[in-house]
Design a protein around this ligand. Sequence first.
Ligand code: GLN
Length: 279
Amino acid sequence: MPTYNIFTVLKQAEELLTSHNITEAKLDAEIMLCDVLNIERKILPTVREQIITNGQYTLYKNYLEQRTQRKPTAYITGNTEFMGLKYKVSPDVLIPRQDTEILVELVNDFINKNNRKKVLDLCTGSGCIAVSVAAYNKDVSLIASDISEKALNIAKENAESNNVSDRIKFIKSDIFGNINEKFDIIASNPPYVTEEEYKKLEKELYFEPKLALTADDNGLYFYKQISENAKKYLNDDGVIFLELNADLSREIESLFKNFASTKIIKDYSGLDRVLLIYN
Ligand code: GLN
């Protein structure tokens, strides 16, 4: 086997991914290589001249091959970053999205300003909302629920690796099914992709669990369930934070007419991304 330095390997990888029409070719090539080398991405420039070992090269080739099949980088490496924290992921959970960081920041901000203590995260998946809220708010205790046992196992691991497992209780529950308490905050990024939208997704999305993506009732099923039942689980001055299907934002907002008020927050691309609902 010829010897290659990191710089050369990265260039080749970027070219390979670009030739497969992968848009974030450079970023993905770097993330996967750093996983193989077991280093943080910020130190990559300092190791450019280093020679990659045979074992590392073989593993990296394997990663690249998977990526050319359009498997998401996070499933190849088995982890991703969200709110500056490391999360384990597997195809049993949706990969945490940057969009959802907006929701977490809004929750964090609300907790800071209003000194709230009890949070429910519905459809927790990887646990990214619950774990990040716990990590950034030391006084808060949470319940995180999901219908998928496999997702809950990943979420629990993420709570442990981020040192917040003492403040999050994980419950297997179909939405509010097994929840018996009241909360100051209910947060959720529920499945909200319509069957119509599902047919037109990027290839990468089909590696993710359909259960975590699509919702019946034209994408509205979970929003309807939450709007009909949330009052029983919300303290008098409680607030609900929901990630939105941007294309359904007005329809979703109108489901919450029986609450005191609502507010839509946009994401960085100007799309309606989070709905705040005040009890
Ligand atoms: N935002 C996700 C997407 O990229 C969907 C997340 C969800 O269904 N909650 O499609």
